[in-house]
Design a protein around this ligand. Structure first.
Ligand code: TXA
Ligand code: MG
Length: 349
């Protein structure tokens, strides 16, 4: 891809009826359009056209055996891609959709094979972002049964949470419909429903406790039998990573290190460091310092934008304060931070 200067980057498409129709027609024609969801922006193409799906893999630089999520406007549409749908899954989806949940179910034979990366399962998601729903409904009307959509970033990079991030990733090569800043900020919770138990493969906004209540049966927060899990690239150890090295540290030692560095600025310190911590910067700290929210939802919402912003400063390292661990939290709140903790670990791997 040829690089163009940021000043000549294209504007995102406004989410008006005309552009929503245009996006739907582009999908119908087998082209790419990036779109907003409540979690992160997706890089969309018609899930039933193999050539369109191939364009996604090519643009992302993603290996074509890594399956994509298929986005739909409602649960009935999702059933067209699924071979089976158990009662607990139906109950869970009735509560969770539209919303930040992806469910992996056995795939209907011959449907969306390329999007599924050749797996005999398929990941399905009905997002709640009003622009996403409008786009998916418009697409359905013109004959697009589902929109394959990985996060709209190059493979292994930080997911985009606003239209400008998508343009940074793909420049003029992919139009993006502007839906503002994503409210959730980290990717959907993924539940594997291809086995006899329901298991969270990727933690997100919906916690396992919440999903268990909706399903009427236990949804495991951690995989009791990882060997049976389907392959999911989002679960690679190193993923969602900025260019700078991300170091995760407990809050107190991080502050201690920064205090020392501030007092002896020249003592062997040649690294340019930026910090994301709930604590205030120590006196004399000259590097970038961003406040890390102490509520899980607010922290998730700002996670990727902060990593991108600090990365763009050209720092060598980003020091990030570890978020509260399950053992430090009361029972009802134990997995609220699971999604953020998971993404930070992968960014630091
Ligand atoms: O919030 C989200 O889920 C966003 C927005 C755009 O919807 N999408 C997203 O897609 O995060 P992606 O492709 O970046 O991550 C989807 C993950 C990948 O790790 C993929 O391997 C896994 O879901 N996945 C999709 N279909 C699967 C399947 N049939 N079996 C196993 N894993 C699957
Ligand atoms: Mg992704």
């Amino acid at each position: 891809m040829t690089r163009v200067a940021p000043s000549t980057w294209p504007a995102p498409w406004p989410a008006d009826p005309q552009h929503i129709e245009r996006a739907a027609q582009r999908w119908r024609a087998g082209e790419l359009v990036a779109f907003p969801t409540e979690t992160v922006y997706g890089l969309g193409a018609d899930a039933t056209q193999d050539a369109a799906v191939a364009r996604i893999f090519e643009a992302k630089g993603r290996p074509s055996d890594h399956p994509l999520i298929v986005h739909v406007a409602h649960a009935e549409q999702a059933r067209g891609f699924a071979a089976q749908w158990s009662q607990p899954v139906a109950r869970m989806l009735a509560k969770a959709w539209p919303g930040p949940l992806t469910v992996i179910v056995p795939r209907r034979a011959g449907v969306a094979t390329a999007a599924a990366g050749g797996q005999d399962s398929v990941g399905l998601r009905c997002p709640s972002h009003p622009v996403a729903l409008a786009l998916l409904q418009a697409a359905h009307r013109v004959g697009v049964a589902g929109v394959a959509g990985p996060s709209a970033n190059r493979f292994g990079r930080v997911s985009p949470t606003c239209a400008a991030h998508v343009i940074q990733e793909f420049e003029a090569h992919v139009p993006v419909v502007d839906g503002g800043e994503c409210s959730v900020g980290i990717e959907s919770t993924i539940v594997d429903a291809t086995r006899d138990t329901l298991v969270v493969l990727r933690p997100g906004h919906y916690t396992a406790a919440q999903l268990s209540e909706w399903a009427g049966q236990t949804v495991w927060a951690h995989d009791p039998k990882p060997s049976q899990a389907p392959k999911a690239s989002g679960t690679l150890a190193s993923h969602y990573a900025p260019r700078a090295k991300v170091r995760l540290m407990a809050r107190a030692p991080l502050l201690e290190r920064c205090t020392q560095a501030s007092q002896t600025p020249k003592a062997g310190h040649h690294l340019k460091v930026a910090v994301w911590s709930p604590d205030a910067a120590p006196p004399g700290w000259t590097g970038a310092w961003r406040a890390q929210p102490t509520q899980a939802q607010a922290c998730a919402q700002s996670l990727y934008a902060t990593l991108r912003e600090l990365d763009a400063l050209g720092v060598d390292e980003i020091w990030v304060a570890q978020v509260p661990s399950a053992s430090e939290l009361s029972a009802g709140h134990a997995d609220e931070w699971a999604g953020v903790a998971d993404r930070l670990q992968r960014a630091a791997a």
